[in-house]
Design a protein. Structure first.
Lengths: 461, 654
């Protein structure tokens, strides 16, 4: 394959480069109507226009030159940048637990190519050790890159592969597992793994970062250290999400995989346990349980891997004046399961009743969750709720919508017997339904109230 | 064994041997001899409503203890594109600082603390920076690329500053030479430091994110006065647009200095241009002194590659730290350190009143986070340790005659870094001048601040798209540009405006006001210049400024006087009241001054009577005393009604 010497340039800008025989990585002098510009031609990022040429000038800054005014380009030199992440051998010590990091892609383990702005995954133990040497004080780390997909592209295949890989590692005797993952759908994967990997003797910790690791203030390194601490030394042998507690660099939370949700598009402390407290806090000093009723670490290797998944399951977010054709279309498209995310205690309006009746008659499993996220579905309170139950919609208690969606996919992957599906759905595997909601399971304080402001002022956010 | 050594004398002798010349005696030949070279990076805040990448208001400030929330961050070094850690990065990482940000809801949002990605770049700031690039005769880029520039000291919560080049390759015209400009960038301002004690550094986030420009010159200043001239010029240029902020902290310059054989050292955040000559002078000579130290060490330390310090812990009770000004703290560890071959180096001259050993103390504070006082050494001007104790130290360390010793103390956790820091500073002395940034003081001296960041700390901001700058936009900007500062200076000279007023007029962007007054009101620019740069400047120094007062008031005042055919000379007296009561109308001010309109003839009619009177009462034959006496009687009445010089011409004793 011949090398692309005009990386990323297209249309008019490509024509100008070709005309003056100038290539990417060439050090050039550009004569233009706005004066002379000197620098190294950089590759052009995707999704940018074809009207500019990007130069790195000698001070290290990048600038764009308008191609319209360019009257000449003279090559003065050529130096291609090859970006390489330095590797240092990850030290092994007998007295430290062995932890496996399974990679899926995402920002926890990536580095920016400074010149092009592209993200390069830093992943091998050596690379990670180079970037976060403190890991070696916590555990012996090995890694395996299962796939490299963005968080939003995670799906059934990846869930199943992960579950199987985890099973293999446990059988081989690992002391803990970390899964590096993009944050957007982290809670879908954590729910899927809770159902697919049951009775694990060791911690399974999913971790991501809200700020990529090329940034000095990234949360990636600390999250990784927390995850390694929880996986290597923690006593909680469950599927957990490990992310920042406050936005400050202080401690992380370990959340149950089924009760956690991403609650802010960009905050570091975006992951919150909904309807309960997190299981524990974690810092570099260790794991401090908040709850006591968790699965303890064991020395046996008895784990159950259940990699099932039905893809014809969907979620619909109810909105006012929703029309029945939405549900009809889904049923006609062959969907076998629908999670409705209803208003209030779990409601939808009357006009869609016929569509629901039709769907139930065709054998579609329909479960109700709530848009409020906090609280239980409670369909006995109002007539609408009672009507809906009579039509065959099953309340999913206080299961989070995403968790219910994953669980229904997993249940329908095992059986099409709707009674069995119902049994699976309503029998909690790990707190996706809880029998009670503690008073401190719902805490969204509002700013402006003097005592809240006092609290915020006193404790690091 | 060798307390006969006189540190003061050594300091004076080395100062002389180094060839230090005080600035007042220094000539261009001295600067040429040491190869003085300097360049500027001038930071200027822009006047905009909002911050650069978010919608927080710009220019509202808080007191240090006024905050709604605090959050804590640590900065980790990230790898450069060559796979190396940056020098500053490593230093900052070693310091293991807890960085605390104080946030006030009014002035900072989740963007400021890096919990929300940037919003679109502030267009108002972009437009101002295009104007300033064009005024600096720069080539404006076709597309603005937002770049991240790493800062690991915590002054920016992201760990990098978003910055973008707007123009490159410009020039400024000084009195006798042109100085080329490298670039002008638009960037976000950093946090203001509240305190930095031990391992905790506290910042407030009010200033963070405010738009500023940085104008960078080539290192073409050849003496300290040129540096100031250049800094003044850039300041005047920035202000000539009326689009930049004024007041404390709105303009800060970093001054780069080197001497022949030295290296670029950056003096950070010089707040006053008037400090620059002394600072740059001393810095060039400091480097010159470090080169002399390097040459001495070449002789006294033979095997530099394998040179090591030797350190051992001592019993704290053997050295009463209270005697060294340290608060009682039983957890502090005390270490003795031998520096082989450094005898006579510790007290070597570096800057006026400073010696080489001062650098250790500064670095122990900055890098190892050990608060001062943190050490004593064997070549202090006042030996607080005592000869007997030094003899013991030397024997404990097995010191040789040519060695120097120091005693430092600090918390256990910081000892390792402290020892590394001491050894590192010594090793740096073998090669000469360390790459560093230094903090400036009013007396013209500097202290170590940080290791100078390398070039590899710049990378593209993946959160922001490039912004094209079309030709139309540049053409529009060209039309609204004010006159160049050099043209303004030429105008002032042409109007015969006194030179001592130039700086005030340019700094406050008042030349266009002079021009307007002269053209429209026919009041000479020379008169107005004195009214502004002497009378008004004096008032500004004496009384607080009020929001209702603006320079436009001066125009209105002169306009009023010209319309009423009152001689503008009275403006000087009126300004006294106007400045303190900007809302007062001009007629009322005249009443306050007891001004009465009297015709020229009526005033002149009184002259013969007064002349006669003077001749009756006079005690001397000096007519000039008589002139003063008559003027004294009439000037109050005449002021505003006729020109006083004309009046004095009309008084005759013949």
């Amino acid at each position: 394959m011949t090398e692309d010497i005009f990386q990323g340039y297209k249309g008019r800008s490509l024509a100008v480069l070709q005309k003056f025989n100038a290539r990417v990585w060439a050090k050039v002098r550009v004569d233009s109507s706005r004066g002379v510009f000197e620098g190294t031609i950089l590759p052009r990022a995707e999704n940018t226009d074809d009207k500019h040429l990007v130069l790195k000038i000698f001070t290290g800054y990048n600038i764009g030159v308008d191609i319209q005014g360019i009257t000449g380009i003279t090559e003065l030199g050529y130096k291609k940048a090859i970006y390489k992440i330095p590797e240092k051998e990850f030290p092994y010590s007998k007295d430290k637990p062995n932890v496996k990091l399974l990679g899926t892609g995402g920002t926890i383990a990536s580095r920016l190519d400074y010149r092009t702005g592209a993200v390069i995954p830093a992943f091998s133990p050596g690379e990670l050790y180079g970037a976060v040497p403190e890991l070696a004080d916590i555990c012996n780390l090995t890694t395996e890159k299962l796939f490299a997909v963005f968080s939003e592209n995670m799906g059934p295949d990846q869930y199943k592969k992960l579950a199987i890989a985890i099973g293999n590692e446990i059988e081989k005797g690992i002391d803990g597992i970390i899964i590096g993952h993009g944050t957007d759908t982290l809670h879908y994967t954590s729910a899927a793994l809770t159902f697919m990997v049951q009775n694990s003797p060791v911690p399974i910790v999913l971790v991501g970062s809200q700020r990529s690791s090329d940034r000095p203030s990234s949360d990636a390194a600390l999250n990784l250290m927390h995850a390694a601490t929880a996986a290597a030394h923690g006593d909680i042998a469950e599927v957990m999400v490990c992310m920042f507690g406050p936005t400050s660099d202080e401690y992380g939370f370990l959340h149950k995989g089924t009760r956690v949700r991403k609650m802010h598009s960009s905050y570091r402390s975006t992951f919150r346990t909904i309807g309960d407290t997190p299981i524990a806090t974690v810092s570099r000093q260790g794991v401090v349980p908040i709850k006591q009723d968790y699965q303890r670490r064991r020395t046996d290797r008895k784990v159950t891997i259940l990699p099932y998944y039905e893809e014809k399951v969907t979620m619909i977010y109810y909105y006012t004046n929703m029309q029945p054709d939405v549900i009809d279309a889904l049923v006609d498209a062959g969907y076998k399961g629908i999670i409705i995310i209803g208003t209030g205690l779990g409601h939808v309006n009357k006009p869609i009743y016929p569509a629901i009746e039709r769907a139930i008659a065709k054998g579609v499993a329909i479960y109700m969750t709530v848009q409020t996220l906090w609280g239980y579905v409670h369909m006995f309170v109002y007539d609408t709720g009672r009507d809906l139950m009579a039509k065959g919609i099953i309340p999913a208690e206080n299961m989070l919508p995403e968790t219910a969606f994953i669980k229904l996919s997993w249940a329908l992957g095992q059986t099409s017997d709707l009674a069995k599906v119902k049994e699976i759905m309503l029998t909690p595997i790990n707190s996706e339904i809880t029998p009670r909601e503690p008073y401190n399971g719902y805490l969204i304080y509002q700013g402006g109230v003097p005592e809240v402001e006092e609290f915020i002022r006193k404790f690091h956010k | 064994m060798k307390q006969i050594f006189d540190a003061r004398r050594n300091h004076a002798e080395t100062q002389q041997k180094t060839g230090y010349v005080p600035r007042k005696n220094a000539t261009q030949a001295d600067y040429d001899r040491i190869g003085f070279m300097s360049g500027l990076e001038v930071h200027q805040q822009l006047k905009t409503k909002e911050k650069l990448f978010c919608h927080c208001p710009a220019g509202i400030f808080q007191k240090a203890d006024d905050f709604d929330a605090e959050l804590i961050r640590h900065m980790r070094p990230t790898l450069s594109e060559l796979g190396e850690y940056d020098g500053t990065a490593l230093m900052e990482f070693r310091t293991r600082k807890n960085i605390i940000y104080r946030i006030k809801n009014e002035t900072a949002c989740t963007y400021d603390v890096d919990d929300t990605p940037p919003f679109l770049l502030n267009r108002e700031a972009l437009s101002h920076s295009i104007d300033l690039s064009l005024l600096s005769k720069m080539r404006v880029v076709g597309e603005v690329h937002i770049t991240r520039k790493q800062y690991l000291d915590g002054s920016i919560p992201t760990g990098f500053q978003r910055t973008a080049i707007i123009g490159i390759e410009g020039e400024i015209q000084l009195k006798n030479k042109k100085v080329r400009l490298i670039q002008l960038s638009l960037e976000e301002d950093s946090c203001r430091e509240v305190s930095d004690i031990g391992h905790t550094r506290i910042y407030r986030t009010d200033r963070l994110g405010m738009p500023l420009i940085e104008t960078v010159t080539y290192p073409e200043f050849k003496n300290p006065d040129e540096v100031k001239e250049g800094a003044d010029y850039i300041r005047f240029l920035n202000r000539s647009t009326g689009k930049v902020r004024r007041g404390v902290g709105s303009t800060r310059a970093d001054v780069n200095v080197s001497c022949k054989g030295g290296t670029r050292v950056e003096i950070k955040g010089v707040a006053h241009n008037s400090w620059m000559p002394e600072l740059t002078h001393n810095e060039a000579y400091r480097q010159w002194a470090l080169l002399a130290i390097r040459d001495l060490l070449l002789k006294s330390v033979k095997d530099q590659a394998n040179w090591k310090i030797f350190a051992r812990e001592a019993k704290a009770k053997d050295f009463k730290l209270e005697n060294f000004g340290v608060p009682k703290n039983p957890t502090l560890k005390v270490f003795l350190v031998n520096l082989p071959g450094f005898h006579g180096i510790l007290s070597h001259f570096t800057q006026p009143g400073k010696m080489f050993a001062d650098d250790f103390s500064d670095r122990l504070k900055v890098i190892a986070c050990i608060e001062k006082p943190n050490m004593v050494h064997s070549e202090m001007f006042e030996d607080v340790v005592g000869e007997k104790a030094w003899t013991k130290v030397q024997s404990l360390l097995g010191s040789k005659e040519n060695d120097a010793q120091l005693i430092f103390w600090g918390p256990d956790d910081d000892i390792k870094t402290a020892l590394e820091t001491i050894e590192e500073r010594c090793r740096l002395a073998f090669t000469g001048v360390p790459n560093e940034t230094r903090k400036s003081f009013e007396d013209g001296t500097t202290i170590f601040e940080r290791v100078l960041p390398g070039a590899d700390r710049m990378y593209p901001d993946t959160d922001s798209a490039p912004i094209p700058l079309e030709d139309d936009e540049i053409d529009e900007a060209m039309k609204r540009l004010p006159k160049l500062v050099s043209e303004r200076v030429a105008q002032l000279i042409g109007w015969n405006v006194p030179e001592d007023t130039h700086s005030y007029l340019l700094a406050n962007n008042l030349v266009s006001l002079l021009e307007k007054v002269q053209v429209e009101l026919k009041v000479p620019a020379r008169f107005t210049s004195v009214l502004l740069a002497h009378t008004l400047k004096h008032l500004e120094g004496q009384y607080p400024s009020l929001p209702d007062f603006s320079y436009e008031k001066i125009y209105e005042l002169l306009h009023f006087l010209v319309n009423r055919k009152i001689d503008p000379v009275i403006a000087k007296a009126m300004l006294f009241h106007l400045y303190q009561h900007p809302k007062m109308d001009f007629d009322s001010i005249l009443i306050t001054l007891n001004f009465k309109e009297v015709t020229r003839e009526n005033i002149l009619a009184k002259v013969p009577y007064l002349v006669k009177k003077y001749k009756e009462i006079r005690t001397s034959h000096d007519d000039s005393a008589g002139l003063r006496w008559v003027m004294g009687n009439l000037s109050k009445q005449a002021t505003g009604n006729m020109s006083l010089s004309e009046l004095s011409r009309e008084i005759s004793f013949k």
